[in-house]
Design a protein around this ligand. Structure first.
Ligand code: NAD
Length: 335
């Protein structure tokens, strides 16, 4: 069998520390990948004069599987978000963000197991019609939903639910106010739901969803929604299981997939050995499952679970007082 090559973007801020930790863990678990390292973000701007160099795009296309650290997009200097560019360029239409409770975190709940499936290329993040008036007093942007895009993400969510033995899919929308865009999404959601009678389908308005997630999160199984709502809801879900350090995300397209943490480059703790690498390790677990390497995924998940549950060398956000390197060592010792 030919060796699987993975494109690795270490990223900015805490990125290099948590990605390096993850690569050590993949190697120790015996994954036998070959890595091609590529620059993006601030590092790429320094080294190549652009945020997303062509050689990085070529490597992402060539290997088809990328593991990526968070990237900093400079604010207010006319740069479009690198993440949005990547998602559009590689048509990574589905953003799959699972959250799972681990005992031993400071989370308010136990037994949370929710997957948010976020449409990743349309809606408010399509980047269309961005305008600010000359006097700077008026700003506008366009949100676009297509039947094709809605059907694709909804079908993806139901197929994923079937494959993973999930029982319920909740379509989240704001069709009462955003009648055209969210209205179309809801209409298509109802049509797609008809094709999956074996799965319970529900629908919920986004503001109520946020309240319900805080009050009674156990009612949710799979959530499928449009781009902006999915972005916000998945951070809320991360908060339910102990914060952003616990939240991975997979960006899936027809030809490529990029696995990353939900969080950003955390400049407030960068370079201090304080970051929790679990988010990227869990993203690597998603990558292994995507590659059909479920046994390795389970082995690493088990090691992480044991470290967190026993409180052995955990990071500050998990209630411990250790750093990234000690936490990583605790996981490595269990593999
Ligand atoms: P952030 O997600 O970087 O940080 C939010 C808070 O969570 C901070 O207090 C941070 O310390 C904490 N945190 C995040 N990850 C953590 C971890 N692994 N362990 C412990 N604590 C962690 O959000 P921000 O500060 O709003 O954004 C910083 C930069 O990241 C911005 O430039 C933004 O554009 C970028 N960003 C990138 C991505 C991505 O690459 N996918 C996603 C979101 C934000």
């Amino acid at each position: 069998m030919t060796q699987q090559r993975i494109t690795v973007i270490r990223g900015d801020g805490i990125g290099p520390d948590i990605v390096n930790a993850t690569l050590q863990i993949l190697d120790k678990a015996g994954c036998d990948f070959a890595y091609d390292f590529a620059d993006a973000g601030l590092m790429a701007l320094e080294n190549h004069g652009e945020l997303l160099p062509q050689q990085t795009l070529d490597l992402i296309a060539k290997n088809r599987i990328t593991l990526k650290g968070p990237l900093t997009t400079p604010v207010g200097e006319g740069f479009t978000s690198i993440n949005v560019s990547l998602r559009k360029q590689f048509k990574l239409f589905a953003n799959v963000r699972p959250v799972l409770s681990f005992k031993g975190t400071k989370a308010r709940y136990e037994d949370i197991d929710i997957i948010t499936v976020r449409e990743n290329t349309e809606g408010m993040y399509s980047g269309l019609g961005q305008k600010v008036s000359e006097d700077g007093n008026e700003a506008e942007a366009m949100s676009k939903i297509t039947r094709e895009g809605a059907e694709r993400i909804l079908t993806f969510a139901y197929e994923m639910a079937l494959k993973e033995g999930r029982k319920k899919v909740t379509a989240v929308h704001k069709a009462n106010i955003l009648k055209s865009t969210s209205g179309l999404f809801l209409k298509v959601a109802r049509e797609v739901a008809q094709r999956y009678p074996q799965i319970e389908s529900t629908e919920m308005i986004v503001d109520n969803t946020c309240m319900q997630l805080v009050m009674n999160p156990h009612q949710f199984d799979v959530i499928v929604t449009t781009n902006l709502f999915g972005d916000i809801i998945s951070d809320l879900c991360a908060g339910l299981v102990g914060g952003l350090g616990m939240a991975p995300g997979a960006n899936i397209g027809e030809n490529c997939a990029i696995f990353e943490a939900v969080h950003g480059s955390a400049p407030d703790i960068a370079g201090k050995n304080l970051a929790n690498p679990t988010s990227v390790i869990l993203a690597a677990i998603q990558m292994l499952e995507h590659l059909g390497m479920a046994d390795k995924a389970e082995k690493i998940r088990h090691a992480i679970k044991d470290v967190i549950e026993s409180g052995d060398r955990t990071t500050r956000d998990l209630g411990g007082n250790h750093g990234t390197t000690d936490f990583t060592q605790a996981v490595l010792e269990r593999l």
